[in-house]
Design a protein around this ligand. Sequence first.
Ligand SMILES: *Cc1c(COP(=O)(O)O)cnc(C)c1O
Length: 416
Amino acid sequence: MDTEAMSPTPPAPFRSRALATEAVHAGRDDLASLGLHAAPIDLSTTYPSYDSRGEAARIDAFATTGARPDGPPVYARLDNPTTARFETALARLEGTASAVAFASGMAALTAVLLARASLGLRHVVAVRPLYGCSDHLLGAGLLGTEVTWTDPAGIADAIRPDTGLVMVETPANPTLAEIDIRAVAHSCGSVPLLVDNTFATPVLQRPVEHGARIVLHSATKYLGGHGDVMGGVVACDEEFAATLRQVRFATGGVLHPMAGYLLLRGLSTLPVRIRAASASAAELARRLSADPRVARVHYPEVGGAMVSFEVFGDPHRIISDVRLITPAVSLGSVDTLIQHPASISHRIVAEGDRRAAGVGERLLRMSVGLEDVEDLWADLCQALSAEAAAPARSSAAAQVPRTRPSAAERTGSAGR
Ligand SMILES: *Cc1c(COP(=O)(O)O)cnc(C)c1O
């Protein structure tokens, strides 16, 4: 075949492209020259090689540097071309040199903690609230991590010689509390700051631009975006990424290539999904704030598709009464989900710690999807009305004469 006649490789982009453009093109730059439109899915667990010496050299290179193997991947626990496309794209969106994908958000956080611990840096400084399982992983000692919980102002004082990581979540799960990343990064000095950016996504916030060194995502949420793929990813510089690849190779928390494909596809609609869902979430937050049946609404300055709110009465009534909204843990899907953090997502955090972090019994967390906002509001309204009319509502119960036990008191004691 006359190679001269083959289509030339497309010119490299000569200026940085906008986020919406990167979302649909990053990780796919070579497809047209391969004669493909959709990204290929490579399900191989192993790769043939007639040259064992060459393969040995690639294994050595990976073992010493952690760099992506040059040439075929050797074995799927080292690298996978489909997952690599997702990693390239996510790094581009977060503005980092590299990204390393894992089987879940928790596998990603585990790899970060192990990578730091391998240098003898087992101490972590963290700010609550964090996602319940992240809180649990840091505090339960499962990986030998020791944690000092503090508020953002206390970070500098909490850092010790063996501190390997400062970890924050902003907006935080589930209170949507926000942290000034730049100020916190300054307090960290030379200790890397990890920001869990699952809630904001790179569409609304790029933590590295504010001084964070490591960005973590539960890709299960907005990056996948359809509630049908589990994954995690760490965006960071290439040096740390190389260590993470070595940890991933040694511990095996790899993302399945099918998940890598779905996450790459999810990224292409991420900007439009986030913008549309955020507009509905902001509108619902506005209406909830003006509603006398609602005690308090949490909606972040940065925006986003999450709204948390506190009711006066029994939050479990709302969960049982929604019809269009799905009562389910997790978030970031095309459909709207609602859950009770104290019972579900943050159940694993000790009650006292949960309360101190603002995760009260009356707090509900809602992940707003892409439904019409009026339909969502109608569903919330009917659930709130049912809750407000319920005998369990404390203010209503208080009005009942004390001589006879109220329905609320009877149900309350029966429920204990
Ligand atoms: C869900 C979640 C995680 C954990 O991710 P998995 O993919 O469920 O392992 C971590 N951080 C935040 C903020 C989350 O919402």
